[in-house]
Design a protein around this ligand. Structure first.
Ligand code: UGA
Length: 464
């Protein structure tokens, strides 16, 4: 919305939320999320044509176009628990829009939703419409965190789905005109509603599938002595495949991939397509396998026990350049190590202690529900210590795990870290950021995902 305000000075954008603390933060100097370049965009527009407010009803009733970006968590109970999207927040947003509207509106689905959600929303709006015309559009978002502003300035494509009626086409044209302020028209794709909704789930499923494919290869590389970076490079040189999204890792995280694939799986099952559902389920299974495999490597390398041993965790966010920890592989790796009674010292440049403690206490799928429904920060996790410096985290540690590819982890003084660690000193690089040869020369025992193994590790094979 900030980018729309920046690129379309004549359009007034009001961002509304029922959370007072959220809106207060958006109106302050310390924005509630970290995203490179975002501060600048917000500061340029805020107070001019970009406003943050808790007066939801006023702004919705005044708007011509309403974008709905509420969360759509995975259901934790009832029908479809663990797979289907929970549309509670979407439904109440739609009911509110119907209640407060006095003029015709275009309602845009911005949250990622199951296919055919627009139909349900349309029913809520039209059954409560008092003669008002509502046009529903699906306009899924393809930006990635950490590069959001660049992605929005220069998108590969913008997708707008709508009804194939004249009114539906008029609504599509209205939204296309907004994006056409800065996006070349040949990159604005228009489709029917269901295609737009499904394309979003499909794009994320394809991206995640690439990562699971390369991660599956990483296990085979370790077993055979091949190097996954070399394999990915060679494979990615095929222009039909392309080089992006082939970095082997400890697993993908983030608020979208797993949730969207689970959602896709559920939709396939509901449509009587178990083979298709199982195919996509496997992408998640490999991701879980990769995280388990990583923990098992650590434990087996360290004489089959990490009980009472200090392990430094460098990086907790799900990727670099974000403070977001939703579904980060670090949660599963840390829980695995805590299960084996390790003592963790965690450092991430953008994630604070409260967030980490909350993440480690939370149940699977609870993360996307409002904070007041989540468990309180547990003071009971005494095994976890959060510090603000990689050197403090690694001091007297038996092992170091790199779980996010922050640039600063490439240039740490590893000699200093080695000198201050217990011996033998282990490094488990879940993101392939360190120079293994240099670290081995210092004296570390190094494990890097999908790379030829140290003799030490070969002697202690990890059983997943
Ligand atoms: C993803 C998609 O890339 C966006 O297009 C989409 O709009 C977004 O989800 C969404 O649905 O909102 P995001 O989750 O922000 O974006 O970040 P990604 O860059 O896709 O990374 C996801 C995870 O995959 C991260 O944990 C990352 O470290 C991991 N990853 C990525 C790998 O392990 N290897 C790779 O080669 C690339």
């Amino acid at each position: 919305m900030a980018v729309i305000a920046l690129k379309c000075p004549e359009i007034e954008v009001a961002v509304v939320d029922i959370s007072v603390s959220r809106i207060t933060a958006w109106n302050s100097d310390a924005l509630p999320i970290y995203e490179p370049g975002l501060d600048e965009v917000v500061k340029k527009c805020r107070g001019k044509n970009l406003f943050f407010s808790t007066d939801v009803e006023k702004h919705v009733s005044e708007a011509d176009i309403v974008f709905v970006s509420v969360n759509t968590p995975t259901k934790t109970q009832g029908l479809g628990a663990g797979k289907a999207a929970d549309l509670t927040y979407w439904e109440s947003a739609a009911r509110m829009i119907a209640d407060v509207s006095k003029s015709n509106k275009i309602v845009v689905e911005k949250s990622t939703v199951p296919v055919k959600t627009a139909e349900a929303i349309e029913k809520i709006l039209t059954h409560n419409s008092k003669g008002i015309d509502f046009q529903i559009l699906s306009n899924p978002e393809f930006l990635a965190e950490g590069t959001a502003i660049q992605d929005l300035f220069n998108p590969d494509r913008v997708l707008i789905g709508g009804r194939e009626t004249p009114e539906g086409q008029k609504a599509i044209a209205a939204l296309r005109d907004v994006y056409a302020h800065w996006v070349p028209v040949d990159r604005i794709i228009c489709s029917n509603l269901w295609s737009a909704e499904l394309s979003k789930l499909a794009a994320n499923a394809f991206l995640a599938q690439r990562i699971s494919s390369v991660n599956a290869m990483s296990a085979l590389c370790e077993a055979t002595g091949a190097d996954v970076s070399q394999v990915a490079h060679a494979v990615g040189k095929d222009t039909r495949i392309g080089p992006k999204f082939l970095n082997a890792s400890v697993g993908f995280g983030g608020s979208c991939f797993q949730k969207d694939i689970l959602n896709l799986v559920y939709i396939c099952e509901c449509n009587g397509l178990p083979e298709v559902a199982n195919y996509w389920k496997q992408v998640i299974k490999i991701n879980d396998y990769q995280k388990t495999r990583f923990v098992n490597r650590i434990v087996s390398s360290m004489f089959n026990t990490v009980s009472g041993k200090k392990i430094a965790i460098l990086g907790f966010a799900f990727k670099k350049d974000t403070g977001d920890t939703r579904e980060t592989p670090a949660i599963d790796v840390c829980k695995g190590l805590l299960g084996d009674k390790a003592l963790l010292s965690i450092y991430d440049p953008q994630v604070n202690e409260e967030q980490i403690q909350r993440d480690l206490a939370m149940k699977k799928f609870d993360w996307d529900h409002p904070v007041h429904l989540q468990p309180m920060s547990p003071t009971s996790i005494k095994q976890v210590n959060v510090v603000w410096d990689a050197y403090a985290a690694t001091k007297d540690a038996h092992g170091v795990c790199i779980l996010t590819e922050w640039d600063e982890f490439k240039t740490l003084d590893y000699q200093r870290i080695y000198n201050n660690m217990r011996k033998p000193a282990f490094i488990f690089d879940g993101r392939n950021v360190v120079d293994e040869a240099k670290l081995r020369a210092i004296g570390f025992i190094v494990y890097s995902i999908g790379k030829p193994l140290d003799q030490w590790l070969k002697d202690m094979p990890a059983v997943a």
